[in-house]
Design a binder for this molecule. Structure first.
Ligand code: ATP
Ligand code: MG
Length: 456
Protein backbone atom coordinates (compact mmCIF):
# COMPACT_ATOMS: atom_id res chain seq x y z
CA UNK A 1 0.00 0.00 0.00
CA UNK A 2 1.33 3.41 -1.01
CA UNK A 3 0.88 5.51 2.11
CA UNK A 4 3.02 8.46 3.09
CA UNK A 5 3.01 9.53 6.71
CA UNK A 6 3.54 13.21 7.51
CA UNK A 7 6.88 13.91 9.26
CA UNK A 8 5.32 14.46 12.68
CA UNK A 9 3.42 11.15 12.49
CA UNK A 10 6.72 9.42 11.64
CA UNK A 11 8.32 11.12 14.59
CA UNK A 12 5.61 9.83 16.96
CA UNK A 13 5.90 6.27 15.61
CA UNK A 14 9.70 6.24 15.87
CA UNK A 15 9.83 7.83 19.31
CA UNK A 16 7.63 5.08 20.77
CA UNK A 17 9.38 2.27 18.92
CA UNK A 18 12.84 3.45 19.97
CA UNK A 19 11.70 3.21 23.58
CA UNK A 20 10.44 -0.33 23.08
CA UNK A 21 6.69 0.39 23.07
CA UNK A 22 4.12 -0.82 20.61
CA UNK A 23 2.54 2.01 18.64
CA UNK A 24 -0.12 1.93 15.91
CA UNK A 25 -2.16 4.39 13.93
CA UNK A 26 -5.73 3.24 14.55
CA UNK A 27 -9.39 3.86 13.76
CA UNK A 28 -10.97 6.14 11.19
CA UNK A 29 -7.66 7.59 10.06
CA UNK A 30 -6.53 4.17 8.76
CA UNK A 31 -9.78 3.86 6.85
CA UNK A 32 -9.33 7.37 5.39
CA UNK A 33 -5.70 6.72 4.42
CA UNK A 34 -6.74 3.57 2.56
CA UNK A 35 -9.47 5.43 0.76
CA UNK A 36 -7.09 8.27 -0.05
CA UNK A 37 -9.31 10.68 1.81
CA UNK A 38 -8.16 13.74 3.66
CA UNK A 39 -7.79 13.07 7.34
CA UNK A 40 -7.40 15.67 10.06
CA UNK A 41 -7.38 13.69 13.26
CA UNK A 42 -4.66 11.19 13.93
CA UNK A 43 -5.35 8.54 16.56
CA UNK A 44 -2.73 6.18 17.92
CA UNK A 45 -2.89 3.16 20.24
CA UNK A 46 0.01 2.00 22.37
CA UNK A 47 0.87 -0.34 25.23
CA UNK A 48 2.57 2.56 27.03
CA UNK A 49 0.60 4.00 29.95
CA UNK A 50 -0.33 7.71 29.98
CA UNK A 51 2.56 8.40 32.38
CA UNK A 52 4.99 6.68 30.03
CA UNK A 53 3.57 8.58 27.06
CA UNK A 54 4.05 11.85 28.92
CA UNK A 55 7.67 10.94 29.59
CA UNK A 56 8.19 10.68 25.82
CA UNK A 57 6.20 13.84 25.07
CA UNK A 58 6.38 16.06 28.16
CA UNK A 59 4.31 18.81 26.46
CA UNK A 60 1.40 16.42 25.98
CA UNK A 61 -1.78 16.79 27.97
CA UNK A 62 -3.69 14.04 29.63
CA UNK A 63 -7.18 15.09 28.72
CA UNK A 64 -9.65 12.57 30.06
CA UNK A 65 -10.18 9.52 32.17
CA UNK A 66 -9.98 7.24 29.16
CA UNK A 67 -6.23 7.24 29.03
CA UNK A 68 -5.83 9.55 26.06
CA UNK A 69 -2.86 11.85 25.83
CA UNK A 70 -3.08 14.68 23.31
CA UNK A 71 0.10 16.02 21.79
CA UNK A 72 0.69 18.85 19.37
CA UNK A 73 3.43 19.61 16.93
CA UNK A 74 5.61 22.06 18.81
CA UNK A 75 5.22 25.61 17.62
CA UNK A 76 3.89 24.88 14.19
CA UNK A 77 0.28 23.88 14.84
CA UNK A 78 -0.44 26.52 17.40
CA UNK A 79 0.64 29.31 15.10
CA UNK A 80 -0.83 27.87 11.92
CA UNK A 81 -3.26 30.52 10.69
CA UNK A 82 -5.25 28.01 8.69
CA UNK A 83 -6.31 26.01 11.69
CA UNK A 84 -9.39 27.45 13.25
CA UNK A 85 -9.87 26.61 16.89
CA UNK A 86 -12.87 24.40 16.08
CA UNK A 87 -11.24 22.32 13.35
CA UNK A 88 -8.07 21.91 15.34
CA UNK A 89 -7.45 18.50 16.82
CA UNK A 90 -4.23 17.29 18.37
CA UNK A 91 -2.65 13.91 17.81
CA UNK A 92 -4.31 11.58 20.29
CA UNK A 93 -2.49 8.66 21.80
CA UNK A 94 -4.51 6.15 23.78
CA UNK A 95 -3.35 3.25 25.85
CA UNK A 96 -4.85 -0.06 24.62
CA UNK A 97 -8.15 -0.38 26.33
CA UNK A 98 -11.22 -2.52 26.83
CA UNK A 99 -14.60 -1.30 27.91
CA UNK A 100 -17.12 -3.00 30.16
CA UNK A 101 -20.84 -2.57 30.60
CA UNK A 102 -22.89 0.14 28.96
CA UNK A 103 -25.81 0.35 31.36
CA UNK A 104 -26.83 3.81 30.12
CA UNK A 105 -26.29 2.86 26.46
CA UNK A 106 -23.91 5.76 26.08
CA UNK A 107 -20.74 5.40 28.08
CA UNK A 108 -18.87 2.38 29.23
CA UNK A 109 -19.22 1.88 32.99
CA UNK A 110 -15.61 0.94 33.30
CA UNK A 111 -12.61 1.42 31.09
CA UNK A 112 -9.68 -0.86 31.73
CA UNK A 113 -6.28 -1.07 30.09
CA UNK A 114 -6.43 -3.76 27.43
CA UNK A 115 -3.75 -6.33 27.10
CA UNK A 116 -3.08 -5.89 23.45
CA UNK A 117 -3.95 -4.28 20.19
CA UNK A 118 -6.47 -6.90 19.16
CA UNK A 119 -8.52 -6.33 22.27
CA UNK A 120 -8.41 -2.60 21.57
CA UNK A 121 -9.56 -3.11 17.99
CA UNK A 122 -12.41 -5.41 19.02
CA UNK A 123 -14.12 -2.64 21.03
CA UNK A 124 -14.31 -0.40 17.96
CA UNK A 125 -17.59 0.04 16.11
CA UNK A 126 -17.18 -1.04 12.48
CA UNK A 127 -14.75 -3.31 10.65
CA UNK A 128 -13.46 -0.45 8.50
CA UNK A 129 -12.74 1.50 11.71
CA UNK A 130 -11.01 -1.41 13.42
CA UNK A 131 -7.71 -1.59 11.54
CA UNK A 132 -4.27 -0.55 12.72
CA UNK A 133 -1.13 0.61 10.90
CA UNK A 134 2.30 0.26 12.46
CA UNK A 135 5.38 2.13 11.22
CA UNK A 136 6.09 -0.83 8.89
CA UNK A 137 2.78 -0.03 7.14
CA UNK A 138 1.80 -3.70 7.29
CA UNK A 139 -1.87 -3.29 8.10
CA UNK A 140 -3.37 -5.25 11.00
CA UNK A 141 -6.93 -6.13 10.15
CA UNK A 142 -8.46 -8.87 12.34
CA UNK A 143 -12.06 -8.17 11.26
CA UNK A 144 -11.49 -7.98 7.49
CA UNK A 145 -12.05 -4.24 7.24
CA UNK A 146 -10.11 -4.08 3.98
CA UNK A 147 -12.55 -6.47 2.38
CA UNK A 148 -15.47 -4.33 3.53
CA UNK A 149 -13.73 -1.22 2.22
CA UNK A 150 -13.61 -2.89 -1.18
CA UNK A 151 -17.25 -3.93 -0.92
CA UNK A 152 -18.15 -0.46 0.39
CA UNK A 153 -19.85 -1.92 3.44
CA UNK A 154 -20.35 -0.70 7.00
CA UNK A 155 -20.35 -3.82 9.14
CA UNK A 156 -20.39 -3.97 12.94
CA UNK A 157 -17.43 -5.61 14.68
CA UNK A 158 -18.74 -8.73 16.42
CA UNK A 159 -22.43 -9.22 17.14
CA UNK A 160 -24.28 -6.17 15.76
CA UNK A 161 -27.17 -6.35 18.24
CA UNK A 162 -24.74 -6.31 21.17
CA UNK A 163 -22.78 -3.44 19.73
CA UNK A 164 -25.80 -1.18 19.31
CA UNK A 165 -27.25 -2.04 22.68
CA UNK A 166 -23.88 -1.08 24.24
CA UNK A 167 -23.86 2.32 22.56
CA UNK A 168 -26.85 3.75 20.71
CA UNK A 169 -24.80 6.53 19.12
CA UNK A 170 -23.22 3.88 16.89
CA UNK A 171 -26.50 3.71 14.95
CA UNK A 172 -26.08 7.34 13.91
CA UNK A 173 -22.37 6.78 13.25
CA UNK A 174 -23.11 3.87 10.90
CA UNK A 175 -25.46 5.98 8.81
CA UNK A 176 -23.24 9.04 8.96
CA UNK A 177 -20.14 7.17 7.81
CA UNK A 178 -22.18 5.46 5.06
CA UNK A 179 -23.39 8.88 3.85
CA UNK A 180 -19.87 10.33 3.96
CA UNK A 181 -18.27 7.47 2.07
CA UNK A 182 -21.17 6.48 -0.20
CA UNK A 183 -21.23 3.03 1.44
CA UNK A 184 -24.06 0.61 2.21
CA UNK A 185 -24.80 -0.76 5.66
CA UNK A 186 -24.41 -4.53 5.72
CA UNK A 187 -27.72 -6.37 6.15
CA UNK A 188 -27.34 -7.84 9.64
CA UNK A 189 -25.89 -4.59 10.89
CA UNK A 190 -28.82 -2.66 9.47
CA UNK A 191 -31.37 -5.09 10.89
CA UNK A 192 -29.78 -4.63 14.30
CA UNK A 193 -30.06 -0.85 13.99
CA UNK A 194 -33.75 -1.22 13.14
CA UNK A 195 -34.22 -3.47 16.13
CA UNK A 196 -32.56 -0.97 18.49
CA UNK A 197 -33.78 2.28 16.96
CA UNK A 198 -35.86 3.06 20.06
CA UNK A 199 -32.74 3.33 22.16
CA UNK A 200 -31.72 6.50 20.28
CA UNK A 201 -33.59 8.33 23.05
CA UNK A 202 -30.69 7.55 25.37
CA UNK A 203 -28.35 9.66 23.24
CA UNK A 204 -28.05 13.38 23.98
CA UNK A 205 -29.55 15.74 21.41
CA UNK A 206 -26.17 17.45 21.03
CA UNK A 207 -24.60 14.23 19.81
CA UNK A 208 -27.57 13.41 17.59
CA UNK A 209 -27.31 16.91 16.12
CA UNK A 210 -23.58 16.55 15.48
CA UNK A 211 -24.10 13.31 13.58
CA UNK A 212 -27.13 14.70 11.73
CA UNK A 213 -25.11 17.73 10.64
CA UNK A 214 -22.33 15.47 9.40
CA UNK A 215 -24.93 13.53 7.39
CA UNK A 216 -26.26 16.79 5.94
CA UNK A 217 -22.73 17.96 5.10
CA UNK A 218 -21.81 14.66 3.41
CA UNK A 219 -21.84 13.89 -0.31
CA UNK A 220 -25.04 11.85 0.06
CA UNK A 221 -27.24 13.82 2.47
CA UNK A 222 -30.53 12.68 0.95
CA UNK A 223 -29.53 9.03 1.09
CA UNK A 224 -28.33 9.45 4.66
CA UNK A 225 -31.73 10.91 5.57
CA UNK A 226 -33.48 8.02 3.83
CA UNK A 227 -31.35 5.58 5.80
CA UNK A 228 -32.32 7.35 9.02
CA UNK A 229 -35.92 6.85 8.01
CA UNK A 230 -35.55 3.22 6.97
CA UNK A 231 -33.79 2.52 10.26
CA UNK A 232 -36.68 4.03 12.24
CA UNK A 233 -34.54 6.88 13.61
CA UNK A 234 -36.02 9.79 11.67
CA UNK A 235 -39.40 9.44 13.43
CA UNK A 236 -37.64 10.42 16.63
CA UNK A 237 -35.29 13.04 15.21
CA UNK A 238 -37.50 14.85 12.68
CA UNK A 239 -41.10 13.59 12.94
CA UNK A 240 -42.33 16.74 11.14
CA UNK A 241 -40.48 15.61 8.03
CA UNK A 242 -41.75 12.05 8.22
CA UNK A 243 -45.28 13.47 8.41
CA UNK A 244 -44.86 14.60 4.79
CA UNK A 245 -44.87 11.02 3.54
CA UNK A 246 -47.93 10.48 1.38
CA UNK A 247 -48.97 14.14 1.54
CA UNK A 248 -49.72 14.58 -2.14
CA UNK A 249 -49.15 17.80 -4.03
CA UNK A 250 -50.55 16.78 -7.35
CA UNK A 251 -53.30 18.88 -8.89
CA UNK A 252 -54.57 18.60 -12.45
CA UNK A 253 -52.17 20.57 -14.71
CA UNK A 254 -49.77 21.27 -11.89
CA UNK A 255 -46.10 20.45 -11.74
CA UNK A 256 -45.81 18.68 -8.38
CA UNK A 257 -45.65 14.93 -8.75
CA UNK A 258 -43.87 14.07 -5.50
CA UNK A 259 -45.28 13.92 -2.02
CA UNK A 260 -43.99 16.55 0.43
CA UNK A 261 -41.40 14.24 2.00
CA UNK A 262 -39.91 13.13 -1.31
CA UNK A 263 -39.82 16.67 -2.61
CA UNK A 264 -37.97 17.82 0.53
CA UNK A 265 -35.39 15.06 0.06
CA UNK A 266 -34.96 15.96 -3.61
CA UNK A 267 -34.51 19.60 -2.70
CA UNK A 268 -31.80 18.65 -0.19
CA UNK A 269 -30.06 16.50 -2.79
CA UNK A 270 -29.98 19.42 -5.23
CA UNK A 271 -29.07 22.19 -2.81
CA UNK A 272 -25.72 23.63 -3.97
CA UNK A 273 -24.74 24.89 -0.50
CA UNK A 274 -22.46 22.68 1.56
CA UNK A 275 -23.47 24.38 4.81
CA UNK A 276 -25.36 21.85 6.95
CA UNK A 277 -27.66 24.53 8.34
CA UNK A 278 -28.67 25.72 4.87
CA UNK A 279 -29.15 22.11 3.89
CA UNK A 280 -31.31 21.53 6.96
CA UNK A 281 -33.46 24.54 5.99
CA UNK A 282 -33.76 23.13 2.47
CA UNK A 283 -34.80 19.74 3.85
CA UNK A 284 -37.41 21.35 6.09
CA UNK A 285 -38.60 24.19 3.87
CA UNK A 286 -41.99 22.64 3.03
CA UNK A 287 -42.86 20.80 6.26
CA UNK A 288 -45.63 23.34 6.88
CA UNK A 289 -47.49 21.84 3.93
CA UNK A 290 -48.61 18.86 5.98
CA UNK A 291 -50.92 21.01 8.13
CA UNK A 292 -52.01 23.49 5.47
CA UNK A 293 -53.00 21.18 2.63
CA UNK A 294 -56.45 21.92 1.24
CA UNK A 295 -58.36 20.64 -1.75
CA UNK A 296 -60.52 23.13 -3.65
CA UNK A 297 -63.83 21.97 -5.17
CA UNK A 298 -62.06 21.90 -8.53
CA UNK A 299 -59.53 19.42 -7.19
CA UNK A 300 -56.67 21.90 -6.87
CA UNK A 301 -54.31 21.31 -3.95
CA UNK A 302 -53.31 24.44 -2.03
CA UNK A 303 -50.89 25.08 0.83
CA UNK A 304 -51.61 28.66 1.85
CA UNK A 305 -49.30 30.02 4.54
CA UNK A 306 -47.30 26.82 4.71
CA UNK A 307 -44.12 28.89 5.05
CA UNK A 308 -45.54 30.52 8.18
CA UNK A 309 -46.52 27.21 9.76
CA UNK A 310 -43.21 25.70 8.62
CA UNK A 311 -41.21 28.51 10.22
CA UNK A 312 -42.97 27.85 13.52
CA UNK A 313 -42.18 24.17 13.32
CA UNK A 314 -38.49 24.76 12.61
CA UNK A 315 -38.19 26.82 15.79
CA UNK A 316 -39.26 23.76 17.75
CA UNK A 317 -36.84 21.63 15.76
CA UNK A 318 -34.03 24.11 16.44
CA UNK A 319 -34.69 23.85 20.18
CA UNK A 320 -34.82 20.08 20.03
CA UNK A 321 -31.48 19.94 18.20
CA UNK A 322 -29.97 22.43 20.65
CA UNK A 323 -29.07 24.88 17.91
CA UNK A 324 -27.58 28.23 18.87
CA UNK A 325 -29.76 31.33 18.79
CA UNK A 326 -28.05 32.42 15.58
CA UNK A 327 -28.63 29.08 13.91
CA UNK A 328 -32.24 29.06 15.03
CA UNK A 329 -32.87 32.56 13.68
CA UNK A 330 -31.29 31.71 10.36
CA UNK A 331 -33.27 28.50 10.01
CA UNK A 332 -36.42 30.49 10.70
CA UNK A 333 -35.56 33.17 8.14
CA UNK A 334 -34.78 30.67 5.40
CA UNK A 335 -38.02 28.75 5.88
CA UNK A 336 -40.20 31.80 6.54
CA UNK A 337 -39.24 33.63 3.34
CA UNK A 338 -38.59 30.74 0.95
CA UNK A 339 -41.84 31.35 -0.89
CA UNK A 340 -40.77 34.30 -3.05
CA UNK A 341 -41.56 35.07 -6.62
CA UNK A 342 -38.75 35.62 -9.10
CA UNK A 343 -40.84 36.90 -12.00
CA UNK A 344 -39.81 40.12 -13.74
CA UNK A 345 -43.00 41.91 -12.66
CA UNK A 346 -41.52 42.37 -9.19
CA UNK A 347 -41.09 46.02 -8.30
CA UNK A 348 -37.81 47.30 -6.94
CA UNK A 349 -39.49 47.99 -3.65
CA UNK A 350 -40.72 44.39 -3.44
CA UNK A 351 -37.14 43.29 -3.98
CA UNK A 352 -35.93 45.66 -1.28
CA UNK A 353 -38.52 44.29 1.13
CA UNK A 354 -37.37 40.77 0.31
CA UNK A 355 -33.73 41.70 0.99
CA UNK A 356 -34.73 43.34 4.25
CA UNK A 357 -36.67 40.26 5.39
CA UNK A 358 -34.03 37.74 4.42
CA UNK A 359 -30.98 39.83 5.33
CA UNK A 360 -28.16 40.53 2.88
CA UNK A 361 -25.97 37.99 4.68
CA UNK A 362 -28.51 35.21 3.97
CA UNK A 363 -29.34 36.03 0.36
CA UNK A 364 -27.01 33.52 -1.26
CA UNK A 365 -28.18 30.77 1.10
CA UNK A 366 -31.80 31.62 0.31
CA UNK A 367 -31.06 31.34 -3.39
CA UNK A 368 -29.29 28.03 -2.82
CA UNK A 369 -32.39 26.75 -1.04
CA UNK A 370 -34.43 27.90 -4.02
CA UNK A 371 -32.13 26.11 -6.50
CA UNK A 372 -32.61 22.91 -4.48
CA UNK A 373 -36.35 23.52 -4.39
CA UNK A 374 -36.52 24.07 -8.14
CA UNK A 375 -34.30 21.17 -9.16
CA UNK A 376 -36.04 19.00 -6.59
CA UNK A 377 -39.24 19.41 -8.56
CA UNK A 378 -40.91 22.01 -6.39
CA UNK A 379 -40.98 25.24 -8.33
CA UNK A 380 -41.85 25.63 -11.94
CA UNK A 381 -39.36 28.15 -13.20
CA UNK A 382 -36.37 28.20 -15.44
CA UNK A 383 -32.85 28.78 -14.20
CA UNK A 384 -32.47 31.91 -16.34
CA UNK A 385 -35.36 33.48 -14.45
CA UNK A 386 -33.59 32.86 -11.17
CA UNK A 387 -30.34 34.23 -12.64
CA UNK A 388 -32.14 37.37 -13.75
CA UNK A 389 -33.67 37.73 -10.30
CA UNK A 390 -30.22 37.39 -8.74
CA UNK A 391 -28.93 40.14 -11.01
CA UNK A 392 -31.77 42.43 -10.02
CA UNK A 393 -31.11 41.77 -6.34
CA UNK A 394 -27.54 42.93 -6.95
CA UNK A 395 -28.63 46.01 -8.83
CA UNK A 396 -31.17 47.02 -6.22
CA UNK A 397 -28.52 46.74 -3.53
CA UNK A 398 -26.10 48.87 -5.50
CA UNK A 399 -28.65 51.59 -6.07
CA UNK A 400 -30.39 52.01 -2.78
CA UNK A 401 -33.30 54.31 -3.46
CA UNK A 402 -33.71 57.12 -0.98
CA UNK A 403 -35.64 60.32 -0.54
CA UNK A 404 -32.69 62.13 -2.13
CA UNK A 405 -33.39 60.35 -5.40
CA UNK A 406 -36.86 61.88 -5.71
CA UNK A 407 -37.28 64.30 -8.61
CA UNK A 408 -38.61 66.89 -6.15
CA UNK A 409 -37.12 68.16 -2.90
CA UNK A 410 -37.93 70.09 0.27
CA UNK A 411 -37.74 73.46 -1.48
CA UNK A 412 -40.49 72.38 -3.89
CA UNK A 413 -42.68 71.32 -0.97
CA UNK A 414 -42.13 74.60 0.90
CA UNK A 415 -42.77 76.68 -2.20
CA UNK A 416 -45.94 74.91 -3.29
CA UNK A 417 -47.51 74.64 0.14
CA UNK A 418 -46.12 77.96 1.32
CA UNK A 419 -44.85 76.47 4.55
CA UNK A 420 -41.54 76.98 6.40
CA UNK A 421 -38.99 74.19 6.79
CA UNK A 422 -39.94 71.73 9.50
CA UNK A 423 -41.18 68.19 10.14
CA UNK A 424 -44.19 68.62 7.83
CA UNK A 425 -41.85 68.91 4.82
CA UNK A 426 -40.15 65.66 5.74
CA UNK A 427 -43.47 63.90 6.20
CA UNK A 428 -44.65 64.84 2.76
CA UNK A 429 -41.39 63.79 1.15
CA UNK A 430 -41.61 60.47 2.98
CA UNK A 431 -45.12 59.88 1.61
CA UNK A 432 -43.94 60.60 -1.91
CA UNK A 433 -40.97 58.33 -1.39
CA UNK A 434 -43.20 55.42 -0.34
CA UNK A 435 -45.33 55.88 -3.43
CA UNK A 436 -42.37 56.02 -5.75
CA UNK A 437 -40.64 53.10 -4.07
CA UNK A 438 -43.71 51.02 -4.90
CA UNK A 439 -43.68 52.19 -8.51
CA UNK A 440 -40.64 54.00 -9.78
CA UNK A 441 -42.35 55.15 -12.97
CA UNK A 442 -44.01 57.71 -10.70
CA UNK A 443 -40.70 59.48 -10.13
CA UNK A 444 -41.65 62.24 -12.58
CA UNK A 445 -41.30 65.87 -11.58
CA UNK A 446 -44.66 67.04 -12.95
CA UNK A 447 -46.54 64.20 -11.32
CA UNK A 448 -44.85 64.67 -7.95
CA UNK A 449 -45.47 68.42 -7.94
CA UNK A 450 -49.17 67.73 -8.39
CA UNK A 451 -49.10 65.10 -5.64
CA UNK A 452 -47.56 67.64 -3.23
CA UNK A 453 -50.63 69.83 -3.72
CA UNK A 454 -52.93 66.87 -3.11
CA UNK A 455 -51.22 65.55 -0.02
CA UNK A 456 -50.41 68.91 1.52
P1 ATP B 1 -14.32 10.94 11.66
O1 ATP B 1 -13.10 11.33 12.43
O2 ATP B 1 -14.18 10.96 10.20
O3 ATP B 1 -15.52 11.67 12.12
P2 ATP B 1 -13.91 8.41 12.91
O4 ATP B 1 -14.40 7.04 12.56
O5 ATP B 1 -12.44 8.65 12.84
O6 ATP B 1 -14.67 9.41 11.96
P3 ATP B 1 -13.75 9.35 15.59
O7 ATP B 1 -14.83 9.92 16.43
O8 ATP B 1 -12.58 10.17 15.20
O9 ATP B 1 -14.49 8.80 14.30
O10 ATP B 1 -13.27 8.02 16.32
C1 ATP B 1 -12.06 7.39 16.02
C2 ATP B 1 -12.24 5.88 16.12
O11 ATP B 1 -12.68 5.50 17.43
C3 ATP B 1 -13.29 5.28 15.20
O12 ATP B 1 -12.81 5.09 13.91
C4 ATP B 1 -13.61 4.00 15.91
O13 ATP B 1 -12.62 3.03 15.71
C5 ATP B 1 -13.57 4.41 17.36
N1 ATP B 1 -14.89 4.87 17.82
C6 ATP B 1 -15.37 6.13 17.83
N2 ATP B 1 -16.61 6.19 18.35
C7 ATP B 1 -16.93 4.93 18.69
C8 ATP B 1 -18.07 4.32 19.28
N3 ATP B 1 -19.13 5.05 19.61
N4 ATP B 1 -18.04 2.98 19.49
C9 ATP B 1 -16.95 2.26 19.15
N5 ATP B 1 -15.85 2.76 18.59
C10 ATP B 1 -15.83 4.08 18.36
MG1 MG C 1 -11.54 10.36 13.30
Amino acid sequence: MQIDFPPFVKKILHTFERSGYQIYIVGGVVRDLMLNRKTNDWDFATDATPEQILRLFPDGFYNNQFGTVGITKEGEDKTNQNLSSTSYKPYEITTFRTEHGYSDKRRPDKVAWGKDLEEDLSRRDFTINAMALPASKKVIDPFCGQEDLKKKLIRAVGNPADRFSEDALRMMRAIRIAAELGFTIEDNTFQAIKMHSDSIKHVSWERIRDELFKILKSDFPDQGTMMLHAAGLLDYILPELVAGIGVGQKSPQRHHVFDVYTHCLNALKNCPSKDPLVRLATLLHDIGKVQTRKLTPKGIVTFYNHEIIGSRLVKEIADRLRLSKRQKDKLWVLVRWHQFSVDDQQTDSALRRFIKNVGVENLQDMLDLRVGDRLGGGVQETSWRLEKFKKRLEEVQHQPFSVKDLKVDGRDVMEILKIPSGPKVGEILQKLFEEVEEDQTKNEREYLLSRIKEIG
